[in-house]
Unconditional design. Sequence first.
Length: 134
Amino acid sequence: MNLSNYYFKNTNYLHMNKINIHKKFKLFNDQWSPKVIGELNGQAVKIAKVKGEFVWHNHEHEDELFYIIRGTLKIEFRDRTIELNEGEMLIVPKGVEHKPIAEEEVWLMLFEPISTKHTGTVKSELTVEKYEYL
Ligand code: NI
């Protein structure tokens, strides 16, 4: 196999660049508005800054991954609250109602299908219709 041929035909390889997540966080200040920083296999890697209370919602068909880059995020469930600190992550299974709460600003990374709405099936003034790419 001719490797260089393979590499140049693979557009993902041509566009392969490392991403500095902390630098990406410096590019925006709006809260509750996830930005897409990468895509793979139909999934989006998103980052967001959040502060305050989000709305109760669930994602009918998608599991959702929260990974905390900075701060402390509480996620309320109907039967308990889970607190996530820097370096911790949680996968919320599809269909499970949740409500994120950040007393101070939290920086987080999300990993979910590109089609996922962050407010799930709930329509809110916080719902983002089209995600911005950084
Ligand atoms: Ni969610």
